[in-house]
Design a protein around this ligand. Structure first.
Ligand SMILES: [Zn+2]
Length: 467
């Protein structure tokens, strides 16, 4: 969101305002009262994402004929089995080029007795993990889906190219792995090719449950589902906008947490929302000709995607996708009717646009994985006082040797993005003098010595990213 700086309130704020250091490289789109250190590495990562590679991979995926979850698994050229073996071999090849930097594995479970998977079927995702150097148990993830479908969700034999839904998101995930695997990060990055999406979000459920069981400190899931269509059903053609869907209050909120939120706020500051704000800023700062629309909703109206199983377990997770959808190209039998071509074919994927959204993912993942862990146990006080005090737990220095300190952010309660920031050093408490708690929302980010920042953490259970 290129939200131009303020507005009606700025005059009354000035007299209290703290001196700010504006760091060189501040992008003209960034807020005037937010400091930020431009990162050359992120610009380089963005430039390396290749539309050609994405095109090649989407074509390979389409050429499996169908990738329906219930399709055949024996053939080497057609069906879901051939598709997942090809994905595994691609991740293995990427890993080979970085000296085995990816741990690549199948993650599977037998599903049966479900409306769209009645008979026992092995649902098999392909996962690649790039282990972090200092904090390997902290994860950020990019995902796309393997499977495709036509009009009847149970039709497992007809041609179902699934070029945009969702070969585009999966090809993007492979390309992000190709580029990011050339770098080393503090935290771990997961590249997930998730299975069984169209049949009931099964691959996501299986991975989210495994993450919980294995105690992953999963801080962000960037699920990419349809990132290549630029010609909307409404006639709009636009390649400069993308959507980031992020839920409000988290699914796992307890009644006590809801009661506390009623008095302190947090409805618009779930960790998923603050991941979305983070991605929005990465777009403004690093991706030429791309603006993101942060959408205050779990997903499209009544529809679903693979970020949801992660939200269901309380993990921060968002859906990244095109702004302009074409329903004639989604979940349709290949046919021409009344002069309209139906079906999810290669013609509906714009590869430079898919690359643009992939570069947004890659820069966001890299920035978070280089940054220290998001601050934990953030709390705030300041009722009936002229000032606001935040405190948080000190981050572990072994896990976060790159930590320089912490940065407080705040904004007016009706503003979509953080508007003010102050780097406060390596402390665990800070008081903002003459900033009245009632009139703003606040949060804390951690900052590395190079200036990489974690997402902003809103105080209390409503905004927590966990330990
Ligand atoms: Zn779909």
């Amino acid at each position: 969101m290129k939200y131009q700086h303020i507005n009606k309130h700025s005059k009354q704020l000035k007299p209290f305002f703290l001196p700010l250091i504006l760091i060189a490289g501040l992008n003209h789109n960034a807020q005037a009262d937010v400091t930020y250190q431009d990162q050359q590495n992120l610009h380089e990562i963005v430039k390396q994402i290749s539309p050609k590679n994405i095109e090649k991979d989407v074509i390979s995926l389409v050429n499996f004929g169908t990738r329906h979850t219930l399709s055949e698994t024996e053939s080497d050229t057609r069906g879901i089995g051939a598709a997942r073996r090809w994905i595994k071999s691609e991740f293995d090849a990427i890993s080979e080029k970085c000296g085995g930097c990816l741990k690549v594995y199948y993650q599977s479970q037998i599903i049966q007795g479900e409306s769209r998977i009645p008979n026992a079927t092995e649902v098999v995702s392909v996962i690649a993990v790039q282990r972090g150097i200092s904090d390997p148990n902290r994860f950020v993830m990019m995902s796309g889906d393997i499977d495709s479908r036509v009009s009847d969700p149970m039709n497992s034999s007809s041609d179902s190219p699934g070029a945009n839904d969702n070969a585009s998101g999966l090809a993007g995930t492979l390309e992000a792995a190709r580029v990011l695997s050339q770098y080393k990060f503090n935290g771990s990055i997961v590249y997930a090719a998730l299975a069984g999406e169209e049949q009931g979000l099964f691959g996501g459920k299986i991975l989210a449950e495994a993450a919980k069981k294995d105690g992953w400190r999963l801080k962000a899931v960037l699920n990419n589902d349809m990132i290549g269509n630029i010609a909307g059903i409404n006639g709009v053609i636009n390649n400069t906008s993308a959507r980031v869907f992020a839920e409000g209050t988290r699914m796992t909120e307890t009644p006590e947490e809801a009661r506390s939120r009623r008095f302190t706020g947090g409805e618009v500051d779930s960790p998923s929302r603050n991941i979305a704000r983070y991605i929005d800023w990465i777009a403004d700062r690093y991706i030429p000709n791309l603006d993101t629309m942060v959408i205050y909703r779990l997903d499209r109206f009544t529809r679903g995607g693979h970020h949801r199983p992660f939200n269901d377990l309380g993990y921060p997770a968002v859906r990244i996708m095109e702004t302009n959808e074409n329903y004639n190209r989604q979940h349709q039998d290949l046919r021409t009717e009344n002069g309209i071509e139906y079906g999810d074919t290669l013609a509906g994927v714009n590869f430079p646009y898919a690359a643009k959204l992939t570069s947004l993912n890659a820069a966001s993942l890299a920035s978070m994985a280089w940054a220290p862990s998001p601050p934990a146990k953030v709390s705030i006080k300041g009722a009936v006082q002229p000032s606001t005090t935040l405190n948080w737990a000190a981050l572990d220095k072994k896990q976060n040797p790159q930590l320089a300190g912490y940065k407080i952010y705040w904004r007016y309660t009706d503003a979509p993005q953080w508007q003010y920031s102050k780097f406060v050093g390596d402390v665990t408490e800070y008081t903002l003098d003459n900033v009245v708690i009632d009139n703003y929302f606040f949060g804390v980010a951690s900052v590395s010595t190079e200036g990489y920042e974690s997402p902003v953490v809103f105080p209390g259970a409503a905004g927590a990213f966990g330990e």
